[in-house]
Design a protein. Structure first.
Length: 161
């Protein structure tokens, strides 16, 4: 198989270039302003409905929880309001009916893709994106990329489309 030039992982909060084992530092610099992981963890501790995902799912620029959909409808607006009180530069990405990711405002899969396009100077029309869930919506919403919604896509992505 061909080796990819880049991997965009962790809901767009990490970019690995040319087989590197460390995240791209220039992308990390873009994500850093306004990000305070410890404060986010402190705030989210006041919401017992949020169940922290395993350590393997946590990243420097991503705090992830399990939140069942029936709870998410009421709790996410409250959480967003609480995070806003602290002027944190964050956004909530909810997908798959259970996964909540808190990430920097400047981060998602679409913005990571734009970063790579600008870095390598290629046009959106020369880009193909693929996705299967709500956390992929940003890939399709960012510009004139060609998009493939895979056959086993989740309802949330199909409804968005």
């Amino acid at each position: 198989l061909l080796q990819p030039d880049a991997l965009v992982l962790a809901v767009g909060t990490e970019i690995y270039l040319n087989g590197s084992n460390t995240p791209d530092s220039s992308w990390s610099e873009i994500l850093s302003p306004g990000w305070d992981r410890e404060l986010i963890l402190s705030i989210t501790e006041t919401f017992p409905e949020l169940k922290l995902q395993p350590e393997s799912e946590q990243r420097a620029f991503k705090v992830s929880f399990f939140v069942p959909q029936e709870i998410a409808v009421s709790i996410l607006p409250q959480l967003e309001a609480e995070l806003d009180k602290y002027k944190l530069n964050v956004k909530l990405i909810y997908s798959s009916g259970i996964d909540l990711d808190i990430v920097p405002l400047t981060s998602d899969k679409g913005q990571a893709m734009q970063f790579l396009r600008q870095k390598w100077k290629f046009a959106a029309e020369q880009t193909v994106v693929c996705g299967d869930s709500g956390n992929d919506i940003a890939l399709f919403a960012v510009g004139n990329e060609r998009g493939i919604i895979v056959g086993n896509a989740r309802k949330e992505l199909l409804q968005w489309h």
